[in-house]
Design a binder for this molecule. Structure first.
Ligand code: ZN
Length: 373
């Protein structure tokens, strides 16, 4: 299985300049490749694929038009384009209305990826060697555990990081036979079907307020002005901080769930996007998918059973099966069919668990385990 390790880099001023140049070269290649695909589509109604574009790469480099030092790093840029287009066509197929893949501004093009360790990059004892940049100081706060596959150097605000995608062996935990349903909350972070509540961390309210203030400040200032750019920088800094705190919190909570439960039921976010205007734009909005993906890879490593259920109507259904309509502002669930009165998220968590018990993926698991017995 794959795992990611992220470390802070401390490049010198000269190295920062060289890294920036590589990013902007990668960005230029990205936009040129995107332009080519658009043109091909518009004039010949033909879709280019990755190989059509990668085959030209050698000539482009030989003609001196691309100064990205590592060849495979340039290939990776073309793969990103390919991925963006594949995602675009997939969403069309699903009946959604995606925007056409967009050109990126070099200010927002923030990372380059080396497809393999040792090619254009190398992790040394206290440095990361990057082709065309040199040996950049790295803070290895914990050892890289496993076989390094891809290496991504990225910029976050004014800071630089490296992410190693690593292939590692699963580490199964002792088997547990208990199960839990989890509903991500509006007021609290999440509610479990056993009645436990995971509260929002203390920094959360504070961050919400700061974020709103910073967003308002940006909106007030004139586009293109120096003051606006400063406000944007501050907003970005707040985002980075929230990202870090949220990540840490999610790692802790997902670890606890995996440690304590054998089977975990959650909503399948792919079926119904939360972005459909259901929640207010808050610190949490972008968080659920990344929380669920942390649960997913930890479950895989630990040998836990994760079941994703259809989320439609989980908040409008009672455990007895009756429909109980609720507005977003209704915090209590009261069922006239069976008389159940309980907090709404608690009931949803139980409905999610109920759905998991009858879901086909769960039947498979049962079938397999009964064969073993
Ligand atoms: Zn009921």
């Amino acid at each position: 299985m794959r795992k990611t390790f992220k470390y802070r880099l401390y490049p010198t001023a000269t190295q920062v300049e060289l890294l920036r140049m590589q990013l902007s070269e990668a960005c230029r290649l990205y936009n040129a490749a995107l332009q080519e695909r658009r043109d091909a589509y518009r004039t010949h109604k033909k879709s280019l694929n990755y190989y059509d574009q990668a085959n030209q790469l050698k000539d482009i480099r030989n003609s001196g038009d691309l100064s990205l030092p590592n060849y495979h790093c340039a290939q990776d840029v073309l793969k990103r384009i390919d991925k963006a287009f594949k995602a675009f066509f997939l969403r069309i197929k699903r009946g959604q209305k995606p925007g056409f893949p967009r050109f990126k501004s070099s200010r927002r093009y923030d990372s380059i990826t080396f497809p393999s360790h040792g090619d254009g990059n190398k992790l040394l004892e206290k440095h990361l060697r990057v082709q065309g940049v040199g040996d950049i100081q790295i803070k290895l706060h914990r050892p890289v555990d496993g076989d390094i596959k891809t290496v991504t150097v990225k910029r976050e605000g004014h800071q630089w990081y490296v992410c190693f995608s690593v292939k590692c062996e699963p580490k199964p935990l002792p088997v547990l036979n208990n199960e839990v349903g989890l509903d991500v909350g509006l007021e609290s972070f999440a509610v479990l079907s056993n009645g436990e509540t995971i509260s929002n961390p203390r920094w959360y309210r504070d961050a919400e307020a700061k974020l709103r203030r910073a967003q308002r400040r940006v909106a007030r200032r004139k586009k293109g002005s120096h003051r606006r750019r400063k406000a944007v920088a501050l907003l970005q800094k707040i985002h980075t901080r929230i990202y870090r705190l949220r990540n840490e919190f999610q790692h802790k909570q997902s670890f606890k769930l995996i440690r304590d439960f054998g089977t975990i039921a959650i909503e399948d976010l792919n079926v119904k996007g939360l972005a459909g205007g259901m929640l207010s734009k808050s610190v949490q909005d972008v968080g659920w998918a990344s929380f669920f993906s942390k649960i997913a890879y930890k479950a895989e490593s630990a040998g836990r059973n994760l079941i994703k259920v259809n989320p439609s109507g989980t908040s409008q259904t009672c455990i007895c099966g009756a429909t109980v309509r609720k507005l977003l502002s209704d915090r209590e669930h009261v069922c006239i069919e069976c008389g159940l009165a309980a907090p709404r998220d608690f009931v949803s968590a139980q409905v999610i668990l109920q759905r998991a018990r009858i879901s086909p993926s769960n039947h498979n698991v049962e079938a397999v385990s009964s064969c073993v017995v």
